[in-house]
Design a binder for this molecule. Structure first.
Ligand code: NAD
Length: 348
């Protein structure tokens, strides 16, 4: 049976994952959406263009740290539920400039909790990351919902702090909170500073592909559309007070990911002018400070309790993502040009 339609306030719905959630809600459910976004560098209009004319969709340009503005948004729209994704999300940026992470991820979450509490929402779903659990050794078991927190970067520490605030508002004020911690996402509308789009674009242009350290850091990859479906299952059917881990069962070293991307771009776009494989573009560079070695997610709980599992395999999902970047150059080229002037390196 379909869940009754909810009015859902989504924060950060112009970003990578938030826009996938908004598109999923509008295209696949009967829920309506109020998308609240500050339009930082990470936001794009194109990510919600396909659903922008839906009568079930509204956009509010607002900063989640601005309590007066957010209180007005709650008063005007009276949402039933909040899906809170707005955040500063990029580990390298958090090392260069942690202040914005403390501000948005901690103060912004605090502001959203206070506004949601005053408005009496039925559900407050906080979207977090597996990075709060720290770094695994090669033979350690995957993160579960009860793994102790051990954040090691300014990004993961600010997200861990926001998770603690959310749980405290649940315990102390009976706010009906739900939390999810997810592994690395990939897919369409991923900002070109992150590993998979960055490598795809640089490989396409025949540019060097810098890889941190020995490229042996391991991430567990999930297609963003599978993440969006999991998040909607949690907001609809999750039990308030509970946390759900979400992962892709697709652990890969960064080097494996980069090599697979090279092979896919060679196959889909044709070889380099020299005839060499794009693997020849791989260049090992100094490692990121405090680079977590391995993340892996045990997703037994969400699979068992909510019946969710990923639909994309990493192989098919990565292939369709590379094809998407080849087909959507007008979306990423201006972002890529802008960021090329900012910095060089592989991200996340
Ligand atoms: P993103 O950087 O692509 O998008 C973030 C969005 O939040 C942008 O649209 C931005 O404009 C908005 N935003 C930032 N500050 C704001 C503010 N003060 N007020 C209102 N809006 C603001 O991030 P993403 O990769 O889509 O991640 C979304 C969420 O999912 C984050 O909370 C992140 O921690 C979490 N997450 C991400 C991943 C991943 O692999 N990308 C994995 C697990 C969890």
């Amino acid at each position: 049976m379909k869940a009754a339609p909810l009015k859902i306030l989504v924060t950060g719905g112009k970003g990578f994952i938030g826009s996938a959630v908004v598109r999923h809600l509008i295209n696949e459910t009967r829920h309506s959406v109020i998308n609240v976004d500050k339009m930082t560098y990470a936001a794009t209009e194109g990510s919600t263009q396909s659903i922008a004319d839906s009568p079930l969709y509204e956009f509010e340009h607002a900063d989640i740290c601005d309590i007066d503005c957010i209180t007005e948004v709650f008063a005007e729209h009276a949402p039933d539920a909040v899906m809170h994704l707005a955040a500063e999300s990029h580990v390298d940026r958090s090392i260069d400039g942690p202040a914005a992470f403390v501000q948005t991820n901690l103060i912004g979450t605090f502001t959203m909790l206070e506004a949601a509490r005053a408005a009496g929402v039925q559900r407050f779903h906080h979207i977090s990351t597996d990075e709060v659990f720290g770094s695994l050794g090669p033979n350690d078991p995957a993160f579960t919902e009860t793994t102790p927190y051990d954040p090691r970067s300014p990004y993961s520490a600010s997200k861990a702090g926001s998770d603690h605030l959310v749980r405290a508002w649940g315990e102390t004020y009976d706010l009906p909170v739900l939390l999810t911690n997810c592994s690395n996402n990939y897919g369409p509308f991923h900002f070109p500073e992150k590993l998979i789009p960055l490598v795809t674009i640089r490989a396409l242009h025949g540019e060097p592909l810098p890889v941190y350290g020995a490229g042996d850091n391991i991430r567990d990859w999930l297609h963003v559309e599978d993440h969006a479906a999991a998040l909607v299952a949690v907001v609809e059917r999750g039990t308030p007070g509970e946390t759900y881990n979400i992962g892709g069962k697709a652990e890969r070293t960064n080097l494996e990911v980069v090599e697979t991307l090279c092979d896919l771009v060679d196959e889909i776009a044709g070889p380099l002018d020299s005839g060499a494989s794009r693997r020849s573009l791989i260049t090992f560079v100094a490692d990121r400070p405090g680079h977590d070695q391995r993340y892996a997610i045990d997703q037994t709980k969400i699979q068992r309790d909510l019946g969710w599992e990923p639909k994309h395999t990493f192989d098919t999902g990565l292939r369709s993502t590379v094809q998407w970047y080849l087909d959507n150059q007008p979306w990423w080229q201006p972002l890529s040009d802008k960021q090329a002037t900012e910095r060089l390196g592989l991200k996340k």
